[in-house]
Ligand binder design. Structure first.
Ligand SMILES: Nc1ncnc2c1ncn2[C@@H]1O[C@H](COP(=O)(O)OP(=O)(O)OP(=O)(O)O)[C@@H](O)[C@H]1O
Length: 653
């Protein structure tokens, strides 16, 4: 496929034409295979998939739709035959009065057929209107449930993530497939009935009908294909300009947009990118106009040939005037049905690509779902032990954790330190059961996590990470959501609020704990990063305080947004969370926060290189001691630390 001529703005911004790595762009390629025959061949399978989904959703509604569509086809055929009777009566022998009288039964039959037809169409619309949202809801619920229940490893796997992206369009497509199916069924049945009536009237009329409709079908296919080619080549570029446009309105970019004058810069690039996309739209519209004109001309020629043939048949006495009159009406409605049918098959094919992705995602998600069942976790375990644990991310060469062994006794505070990328967060994911090690074991007491019920492991872990979820709900629910199944009113949550030092934060909110913390909604409040961390700490307290069994509390960089005083208080609070039935694990770069831990482990390139108490590690003078000293030096009296940019720094560089 030729690379489109994109604007120079895109080259400047992205270093060349943009290509998104999204699975759904595969479809744009697949759509190009769309030919009349392939679309027709795949039709029964596609209809089957959709019908099965609709059958499971509401079989009565589905049967109603099918019956009403078949009924409409029959009514249309009866209508045509009635028209034929009217024609015969009108053009038959007798006085005008007798002929008018003879017309009446046919007219009544045609009117009755039209009334029945519109009644059935209404019934079909109302039942399809019930099926469509139902099918969409079922498909969406399945998608969301599957996505929420897969292993974390699947969520972090780029391939699977792509499948999640692609499959999200499946539910909407399933809904649209219902209406496309109903329309296709309607088109097929009315075509069959028209074809049947035409064949009864005269055998030559059916091929004539096909000849009239074929150019229009060809035109519809060609316009659709042209559009697909264009979508495929332009989808990334259109999105690129939208991306730039969105940046101008985004809150996160707002400050730089104004102060660095990024606004006018991006706006001019947006305009240039949009202009090149508009030129493509114009080209497409011109092509469409030509194709449609050619199709209409060919169809017109076929129509003229049909009328000429009918003229010859009438003049040679092979066709009556009445049959010819009915045939004119039947040919017009038949060619319209055929054109619509082509469009519907086209749409069915397009939507089915996304429905298939949805099905593929569900299969893959089922394969990667966190297994249910397993042995129960004993209420008392005494300690959690990692024994020579190794974990490597699927898309990485080097292991993130390499033969790590450590023990977390209940009642103790264990700290894990190490430079960026040393494996601390990965260690926490393994510890919490989110990731299973590729070798080595994690044991709760004597039991290996691999044989335990994972949902029970999760139930025993409380997690507070630096990027903990800021849920767009009320402050109370933001705390209660630490254990959402447990009902709690403001009074129940008060100890957690007090524990986290979040009292003043809540007091400032317009409606206390009932205040909504979701900026996008009217009347909602906004918290600062540090205030959110206090809410997070309260949530962790709520979760920990609602468990009686031995558990592990993991806190990963909990104080990064806190001011120095709040940080000291937070570390103190976290230490106090250690209890006879709780092991606390603290991950942080703030060395002052770890010095009081019972035991400190130092990670380096995925390996544990040192462990001991603060005093032992300082005395050993190794990596921990140098990390501690480096941070302590930041707070040394001025003059002993060179200022950035000073000659001393420049000289030593
Ligand atoms: N989802 C992932 N997929 C692939 N590699 C990952 C993933 N998460 C982390 N890694 C890699 O694994 C290694 C350990 O990362 P990890 O996040 O555990 O380090 P960390 O010690 O917590 O770092 P930091 O202090 O910066 O938070 C790093 O090399 C990182 O790039």
């Amino acid at each position: 496929m030729a690379e489109p001529e994109v604007s120079d703005a895109e080259k400047e911004l992205f270093g060349g034409p943009l290509r998104y790595d999204f699975g759904w762009s595969e479809h744009e390629r697949a759509r190009l295979d769309l030919t009349m025959t392939s679309a027709l061949r795949s039709m029964p399978g596609l209809v089957g998939v959709t019908l099965r989904m609709a059958w499971r959703a509401d079989r009565r509604a589905l049967l109603a739709v099918a019956l009403s569509e078949i009924g409409q086809g029959v009514a249309a055929a009866v209508g045509l035959l009635a028209v034929n009777a009217v024609m015969h009566a009108l053009l038959g022998s007798g006085t005008p009065g007798q002929r008018l009288h003879a017309v009446l039964p046919g007219l009544f039959a045609a009117a009755a057929a039209a009334v029945v037809n519109s009644g059935l169409a209404g019934w079909s619309t109302s039942r399809a209107g019930r099926l469509e949202p139902l099918v969409e809801r079922i498909a969406t619920t399945r998608y969301l449930a599957a996505a929420a229940s897969v292993e974390l490893e699947a969520i972090e796997d780029p391939e699977f993530r792509r499948l999640i992206d692609v499959a999200q369009f499946g539910a909407g497509s399933a809904r649209r497939m219902i209406s496309a199916c109903v329309a296709a069924l309607n088109g097929t049945i009315s075509l069959i009935s028209t074809a049947g009536v035409l064949t009864i009237l005269h055998p030559v009329l059916l091929p004539m009908l096909l000849l009239i409709a074929a150019p229009r079908g060809w035109g519809a296919m060609r316009v659709a294909q042209e559009r697909y080619v264009s979508v495929m080549t332009w989808v990334e570029h259109v999105r690129a300009s939208r991306l730039i446009g969105n940046l101008l309105t985004e809150r996160t970019a707002a400050q730089e947009v104004r102060i660095h004058a990024v606004g006018p810069f991006l706006l001019s690039r947006y305009e240039r990118m949009a202009e090149s996309a508009e030129a493509e739209q114009e080209r497409l519209a011109a092509g469409k106009a030509v194709t449609e004109w050619v199709a209409a001309a060919l169809s017109g020629l076929a129509m003229a040939a049909t009328y000429a043939a009918m003229y010859l048949l009438i003049t040679s006495g092979h066709m009556s005037l009445a049959v010819a009159g009915t045939a004119v009406i039947a040919v017009r409605s038949g060619s319209a049905s055929l054109g619509a049918l082509v469009m519907n098959i086209n749409q069915l094919h397009e939507e089915s690509l996304y429905v298939r992705d949805h099905a593929r995602f569900l299969d893959e998600a089922a394969r990667r779902t966190i297994p249910s069942g397993g042995d129960p976790v004993p209420a008392r375990v005494g300690q959690v032990v990692l024994d020579r644990v190794t974990y490597r991310y699927p898309d990485r060469e080097a292991p993130a954790l390499d033969g790590v062994s450590l023990t977390l006794p209940m009642g103790a505070v264990t700290a894990v330190v190490g430079e960026n990328g040393s494996g601390k967060s990965t260690l926490m994911k393994v510890l919490s059961g989110l990731l299973l090690p590729q070798s080595g074991t994690v044991r709760w007491g004597e039991a290996d996590v691999a044989s335990l019920d994972r949902s029970q492991i999760f139930d025993r872990v409380a997690l507070l990470t630096q990027d903990f979820q800021r849920w767009p709900v009320t402050a109370a629910l933001n705390i209660r959501i630490g254990r959402p199944a447990r009902e709690a009113g403001p009074d129940d949550l008060r100890p957690s609020v007090d524990y986290a030092g979040a009292g003043p934060v809540v007091a400032k909110l317009p409606d206390g704990l009932r205040s909504l913390l979701a900026r996008m909604f009217r009347g909602a409040s906004e918290l600062s990063g540090g205030e959110w961390q206090k809410i997070g700490l309260a949530r962790t307290h709520w979760r920990s305080s609602t468990s009686d069994d031995d558990s592990v509390l993991i806190v990963d960089e909990p104080t990064s947004a806190l001011d120095p005083e709040a940080e000291i208080a937070a570390f103190d609070r976290i230490r106090r969370l250690a209890a006879p039935d709780r092991a606390v694990v603290l991950v942080t770069h703030r060395m002052s926060g770890v010095r009081h831990a019972d035991r400190i482990y130092v990670l380096h390139h995925g390996r544990l290189v040192e462990h001991g108490s603060h005093d032992e590690l300082m005395a050993a003078g190794g990596r921990y001691a140098s990390m501690f000293d480096a941070q302590a030096a930041q707070y040394a009296p001025s003059g002993t630390v060179p200022r950035p940019g000073s000659p001393a720094v420049a000289d030593s560089a």
